[in-house]
Design a protein around this ligand. Sequence first.
Ligand SMILES: [Cu+2]
Length: 162
Amino acid sequence: MASNSKNVLMVGISIASIILASIAITISLQNISSTNNQNTLQTNNNQQHYIGEKKEFWLFDSNIPDFNETKMGMPHDVYSIPTMNVFKGDKVIIHFFNIEEPGSDDHSFTILDKPYNIDVVVHPGENKTITLDTNMTGIFTYYCTFHYPTMRGQLIVQSPPY
Ligand SMILES: [Cu+2]
C-alpha cells in the first residue's frame, strides 16, 4: 500500500508540473504576441504621420549681368536661390556663402517674419550655416539688409503631404 500511494503522489506531482509548465509557456507566448502588436501599431503610426526631414540648401550671392545700378537705382545683387520649398516639421539647414572678392560687399540672410528672428551677416569669402525648425506654415521673406529690394527670396513652408 505504501509504494502504491508513493506512485500516486509521483503521478500527481508530474501532472501538476506539466500543467504549470503549460501555463507558463502560454503566458510567455501571450506576452510575445502583444509586444509584436505594439511594434506593428507604432510602425503604422510612423507611416501615417509626416515626421519631418532634413532639407539642406547651399545659398550664394549672385548678380544680374549687365545691370547698371546707377541707372536702375537699385543693386544688381540677388540670391542664387529665390524660393525654398519645405514642409512644416522639416529641419532647414542653409549653407550661406559670400563669394565676393576680398574687400567687396557684405551680405546678410535676414528673416524678421514671425516666428523667426534671424540676421546673419557674411563677409566676402566667408560662409555661415543657418538652421531653422519649421513649426509654422506660411511664406517667409528672406532678404539681404545691404541689397534690398533686389536681394531677397521666399521660404515657403507648406502643410505636410500626409
Ligand atoms: Cu547682399
